[in-house]
Design a protein around this ligand. Structure first.
Ligand code: TTP
Ligand code: MG
Length: 558
């Protein structure tokens, strides 16, 4: 129990990893000559981050370019507006951390929480528990209390710090990036303690020192989880420091927040955070926005949106899902009040625009249609017949459909196979440092290498057209060893007893039929048999094969 009566559990072991001067490190990996110079990463007129050499000159994150150049005239600037390489590297880091636990939560591009509770338990089971005291790690330990908790959290945290050391070593050897780690029994403390020793170090905190760590923060806004809006509300009732929040009456906080949030906030001030590390899935939205000089004409808006949309579609392509809602963000500047205001509007969008899975193959008309939707939304947000001033435009996709899995169809086992292939590629990524492009080997990229259509064929055979329309991939042109396995599996477990009964329907070219995999043959045969039964049951009607949308339809000789 803590002094405010709230319960604090120490059962978990959480590691927070934060990469050092992330964008600057990525740029330095690309250009080694940047390694020993003061380096700033520029976005518009701001230096968003800098390497630690530049920080010695007093350069801080998000400093104005002019100020940064005054402090360090030799500052080397690299443009960091294209986030692609940062995003790519970010996912590589997360993939490495997922080797240690399946519970990894991404926070921004360069931070991850990892819940290693299970791994710590496993390690402790495999070692003599009395060895706990002898665990040596390079970890900085925060706080003046020794830590004599009965629950065994100290030894768990020590093992956690060994794991953190190993994680950081792996990130460095595999990806060349240095990082910091914080080890604690909850996310809040892990994140705060992580920032106590930088760069390329790690820090741990025992639960006994939680209060001391919280009181080391300057104000409530420094607590992760308390943003500017909440801090402003708290300030309105005279709460500014951590102690103010600790001592606040719950009844006062309830005037501003619902009871759960009031308790949550006060808990944070004591270093209590029972929130779970949430396994990160795909992002809930994919978006880009760009602040710009004043835009006052519709034509300029459209051009800006076109440029943003093209970049955004590449991100959507990499993500793989099919967007179904699009959101437009505008920041309007009011010349009279000199105030800016952000407004958004969203609209449903036809997922079929994106089914090609590849921007290069996307129908240009579809891009124009999306632009039209955006411009319609723009006209609802901005009265275009009056003068307007826009200082930021953003587009994001906020709801998605998964690509169809073609369950129970021929494409299904091919598609499953691709999934297997992508897992293999993740493993390759981890051990060989291959590019994320290969990790994310999408159906489309496999299609490029295996689609019979890419061969220079003077004339498309029926078989080729069938293969193309059914997302067909040649087995021998794909490299995944699992392909044969999946195929075998299907044939042995489900279909073997029916194989003897499969025949080439009289209307189908026998030579084409023989080229097909057995289970495709089976599907064609059963389509044919079904159409025969249907025809027989309609004896009055002229006999005509009802193949509808089936594979048979592609193959019947007309
Ligand atoms: P941070 O982790 O805050 O900064 P950092 O990794 O550069 O430096 P540190 O060693 O202190 O951890 O942010 C990660 C990246 O996010 C950073 O490299 C640049 C980018 N960034 C912005 O684009 N805008 C911002 O306001 C901040 C703070 C960071
Ligand atoms: Mg960082």
């Amino acid at each position: 129990m803590n002094t405010n009566g709230y319960k604090d559990e120490h059962a978990r072991t959480i590691i927070h990893i934060d990469l050092d001067c992330f964008y600057a490190q990525v740029e330095t990996l690309k250009r080694s000559e940047l390694k020993n110079v003061p380096l700033g990463i520029q976005q518009k007129n701001i230096v968003v981050t800098s390497n630690y050499i530049a920080r010695e000159f007093g350069i801080r994150k998000c400093m104005l370019l002019t100020e940064a150049m005054q402090l360090c005239p030799n500052l080397v600037l690299v443009n960091g507006e294209d986030l692609n390489d940062y995003r790519t590297m970010s996912y590589k880091v997360t993939a490495l951390l997922q080797k240690y636990s399946e519970v990894v939560e991404r926070l921004g591009l360069d931070e991850n929480f990892v819940d290693v509770t299970k791994l710590v338990e496993e390690k402790l089971r495999s070692m003599n528990s009395s060895l706990g005291d002898q665990i040596q790690s390079v970890t900085n330990v925060f706080g003046s209390n020794e830590g004599y908790c009965q629950c065994g959290c100290e030894v768990r945290l020590k093992v956690g710090s060994l794991i953190a050391e190993e994680m950081r070593r792996l990130i460095y050897t595999q990806l060349g990036l240095t990082s910091c780690a914080g080890i604690a029994h909850n996310k809040l403390l892990a994140k705060i303690v992580c920032s106590k020793h930088k760069p390329n170090q790690q820090s741990m905190i025992y639960p006994d020192n939680a209060l001391e760590l919280m009181l080391s923060l300057n104000n409530v806004e420094s607590i992760p989880g308390i943003g500017k809006a909440t801090a402003d509300l708290l300030q309105n009732i005279g709460i500014r420091t951590i102690e103010d929040l600790q001592n606040a009456e719950l009844i006062e906080l309830k005037k501003l927040f619902d009871i759960d949030k009031a308790k949550f906030l006060q808990n944070l001030s004591y270093g209590i955070d029972n929130s779970q590390v949430k396994k990160s899935g795909k992002p809930s939205s994919i978006g880009l926005e760009d602040s710009c000089r004043l835009i006052c004409a519709e034509k300029e808006v459209k051009e800006k949106l076109r440029e943003l949309l093209k970049r955004l579609l590449l991100l959507v392509e990499a993500d793989g899902r099919l967007p179904r809602t699009i959101k437009l963000t505008v920041r309007k500047f009011d010349k009279l009040t000199k105030m800016s205001r952000r407004e958004t509007k969203q609209s449903n969008i036809n997922s079929h625009f994106f089914t090609s899975g590849c921007v290069a193959e996307m129908n240009p008309n579809n891009i124009e249609k999306i632009l039209m939707i955006l411009m319609n939304m723009f006209r609802k947000l901005v009265k275009v017949h009056k003068p307007f001033h826009i200082t930021l435009l953003g587009i994001s996709f906020v709801k998605f459909n998964e690509r169809p899995s073609y369950r129970n169809s021929i494409a299904s086992f091919l598609r499953k196979d691709l999934e297997v292939q992508s897992i293999i590629n993740i493993e390759n990524l981890i051990s060989n440092e291959s590019s994320p492009e290969s990790r994310n080997q999408s159906p489309s990229s496999c299609r490029e290498s295996s689609d019979p259509e890419s061969e220079p064929t003077p004339k498309r055979s029926k078989l080729a057209i069938f293969k193309r329309n059914r997302n067909f991939f040649e087995y021998d042109t794909c490299e995944s060893p699992s392909k044969l396995r999946v195929q075998d599996l299907q044939l042995t477990s489900e279909k073997r007893e029916n194989i003897q009964n499969i025949k080439c329907p009289p209307s189908v070219d026998e030579s084409v039929f023989q080229e097909l995999p057995l289970n495709v043959q089976q599907e064609i045969w059963s389509d044919y048999a079904k159409s025969e039964i249907d025809s027989a049951s309609c004896a009055n009607k002229p006999k005509k094969m009802k193949t509808g949308n089936s594979i048979l339809n592609y193959l019947v000789q007309k």
